[in-house]
Design a binder for this molecule. Structure first.
Ligand code: ADP
Ligand code: MG
Length: 700
């Protein structure tokens, strides 16, 4: 153990200053430790040798033992190629080189057993292997290299400068020789034995030089477990520290506003899920620690009332509250809804958005600071420095994926103590992902829709069936319903999208002419006031059809709207489609979602459309979405570090994740400070890890 793994890579045999420089620049490898944690991308199984008569035309990478019987230079359009005839006892094939021919000819011996390795091609009735890896059979047998060959991440520059996979393997071998393959353990005895994990040293050896598939699997399991375990440990610890260190305002009582509202003004019976979630929130607010809670509930599940009741608790305890939404339309809607709900309560509520007038702003600023204003609703205008609360006790953020973590933190700074924070999202995050991404937040889930809702019927129609769709719309309007027709708006082709929208609007106007029909249109290029005007016409039922781009994606509530037509549905992501569909099905009527597409659909689009037709369950949709897109595009993952995983895969290795989280919890439950001798290794590893961004930068 005398070798220090922080030693710069320059000092490793076979590296030297030039290669060290390349390794640093291309792969971020600075030290021995970085190198040891450069895990292979894939492995070539070299445990088998093929005979030439067994070769298949499948371009697999395989190895063959045989002899070169002759060399031949073949002229071609540009330059020439070197062709060797290669034979074993079953047949003949060719080896081909387009470069480095002189060196090859001089160094390779005729009629001597070699092992060749590479991809085979079928050409002119023969198998050939271009630029094979080639090695004398005697050397091959003597080599320390394992039977399965690791393939390391590389870059064009690295291979151009001669750092081939072979060189990487050689360098890695040198590292193991120098360190004697002994690395400090980073998991406790107990974790190792309870989970039947192999030791660190064994795992590292077998991840780089596995002798067979089984050894590799064990090594991978151990390292994946370790990676996920420390991430979970970190998340759970953050949460614990949060609870013990960050004082919140204890909202001790449930008072006048809450009780009055609950007893007399509740417009409907709460669902069990709503009751449960309100209880969870009340519990948090009543404790000494700052609440940091994520409220997940599908569109239409009734998050607003939960928000309001939380706000009432804050007010009852003499604090102010704010509710922030990502768009102007949504803030206005929240404002109107809450004003209506609080009609009989003595509460002062104001709205602040980008289009608030200077005089209104001034008044709001004053009333906030002197405490006259109880509840402020608005867009991110709330985050401006001028907005200062007298005593902000609760901040609620709706549709949080539109706001970054930094913005969340900004709200905190508005007080000496951070206010309690409730983040509401309608984008269901698969439970497993939520756990690893938002593991430092507490999570409440409303998994029940208000009673009497009929499941939305979703169908897929091709553009060629448009006339039928129009007929259907006409029938629904005749029944008094309202209809959304949504067009995609995707930044790269905004100009074209805009044209599509306008063309669509025109043809609709012909199909549904005034005065029998009224159509609203809302899109991103309109002034907020005009948008608001058009929205309000639709909300009040003055118009039958709302033509829009995705501005209505978030949160608009028009219970009488029962049909959602999504144009070019193949261009929307699943999360978006689900959000849009959630705009209907809010009243008692049967609602419909019609997904219009062209006939040309990619596999991916097909899966999305089929999923939408099959299910209304947001969590199921989120799981499919996660599989289609990977975690990179799912909200919140960017900040979480979950994407920097070195070896584990958040989706494929989900069972290991669950396992790792279970153990992290177990350990912290019993020993929250990790002070127990049994956990010394974990504490030590964790401390080192905290110094680095990526957990693999610390090991040993
Ligand atoms: P979201 O979770 O999408 O924000 P909302 O809070 O806007 O959902 O609620 C959707 C609709 O359901 C609203 O019209 C609301 O009044 C109604 N609603 C909410 N909870 C209930 C309930 N328990 N019973 C009946 N209707 C409810
Ligand atoms: Mg909502």
């Amino acid at each position: 153990m005398s070798i220090n793994l922080q030693t710069p890579i320059d000092y490793l045999k076979g590296v030297g200053p030039n290669r060290a420089d390349l390794l640093r620049k291309e792969l971020g490898i600075h030290t021995y430790q970085d190198l040891i944690n450069l895990f292979p991308n894939r492995y070539l199984d070299r445990t088998q040798y093929y005979k030439i008569n067994q070769l298949q035309r499948n371009a697999a990478e395989i190895q063959v033992i045989g002899k070169i019987t002759k060399f031949e230079e073949v002229a071609q359009k540009r330059g020439k190629r070197l062709v060797a005839t290669f034979k074993d006892e079953t047949g003949t094939m060719e080896l081909v080189w387009f470069r480095g021919q002189k060196w090859i000819r001089e160094s390779l011996k005729l009629n001597t057993p070699y092992v060749i390795f590479g991809k085979t091609n079928w050409f002119n009735g023969k198998f050939n292997m271009p630029h094979p890896e080639i090695e004398l059979l005697t050397e091959h047998q003597a080599n320390l290299r394992s039977a399965m060959q690791a393939i390391y991440p590389s870059t064009e520059k690295l291979s151009n400068k001669g750092i081939s996979n072979r060189v990487m393997t050689k360098i890695m071998q040198n590292l193991f020789l120098e360190t004697k393959g002994k690395f400090a353990e980073t998991l406790s005895e107990k974790l190792l034995s309870e989970n039947k994990l192999i030791s660190k040293s064994e795992a590292l050896f077998n991840i780089h030089f596995p002798k067979d598939q089984e050894a590799l699997s064990k090594a991978q399991f151990r390292l994946k477990f370790e990676e996920l375990f420390y991430i979970q440990l970190q998340l759970i610890l953050k949460n614990l520290i949060h609870k013990t260190k960050i004082k919140g305002f204890p909202f001790e009582k449930v008072g006048e506003h809450f009780n009055q509202f609950f007893k007399h003004h509740l417009p409907f019976e709460l669902t069990n899920a709503q009751k449960r979630v309100i209880k969870e929130i009340r519990h948090d607010l009543g404790s000494n620690a700052q609440m940091n809670r994520l409220l997940q509930g599908d569109v239409g599940s009734g998050k607003t009332i939960v928000a309001l009741m939380s706000i009432l608790i804050a007010l009852d305890n003499g604090f102010q509250a704010c509710l922030m939404a990502p768009t102007e339309i949504l803030s206005v809607q929240h404002y109107n809804r809450l004003i209506e709900l609080c009609n009989n309560l003595n509460i002062s509520i104001k709205l602040l958005t980008g289009s608030s007038k200077a005089s209104e702003r001034k008044e709001i600023h004053e009333q906030l600071e002197n405490g006259e204003l109880n509840l402020l609703i608005g867009t991110h205008a709330l985050l401006e420095d001028k907005v200062k609360f007298k005593n902000l006790g609760l901040a609620i953020i709706d549709e949080q994926h539109r706001f970054g973590v930094k913005q969340r933190a900004k709200l905190w700074k508005k007080n000496t103590f951070p206010p309690h924070v409730l983040v509401m999202t309608a984008t269901p995050i698969p439970r497993t992902l939520a756990m690893s991404v938002y593991g430092d937040l507490d999570i409440s889930i409303i998994d029940e829709l208000p009673p009497g809702r009929k499941a939305i019927k979703t169908v897929h129609r091709y553009d060629s069936n448009r006339l039928k769709v129009f007929r259907f719309i006409r029938d629904e309007i005749a029944k008094g319903r309202q209809v959304y027709i949504v067009y995609p708006l995707i930044q790269e082709s905004a100009q074209m999208d805009y044209k599509d929208l306008m063309d669509g609007y025109e043809s609709l106007s012909r199909e549904f002419p005034m005065p029998n029909y009224q159509i609203s249109i809302v899109h991103g290029k309109m002034k907020p006031a005009d948008k608001e005007f058009e929205m309000q016409r639709f909300v009040k039922g003055e118009t039958n059809i709302m033509v829009a781009t995705t501005v209505i994606e978030v949160g608009v509530n028009v219970p009488n709207a029962s049909v959602m037509v999504i144009e070019s549905a193949e261009r929307f992501g699943l999360a978006q489609l689900h959000q849009l569909r959630g705009r209907v099905g809010r009243g008692a009527e049967q609602s419909y979602c019609i997904l219009m597409t062209s006939h040309k659909l990619s596999e991916n689009s097909k899966t999305r459309i089929e999923t939408m037709v099959r299910t209304n369950d947001g969590f199921e949709i989120a799981e499919v979405d996660l599989k289609l897109r990977g975690p990179g595009d799912i909200m919140g993952t960017q900040q979480s570090g979950i994407l920097n995983l070195r070896i584990a895969d958040i989706i494929k290795d989900n069972h290991i994740l669950q396992h790792a989280r279970y153990w992290a919890k177990q350990i912290l439950d019993k020993d929250p400070s990790l002070g127990h001798p049994e956990n010394a290794i974990i504490l030590d590893t964790y401390r080192q890890m905290s110094k680095y961004k990526n957990i693999w930068n610390y090991i040993s």
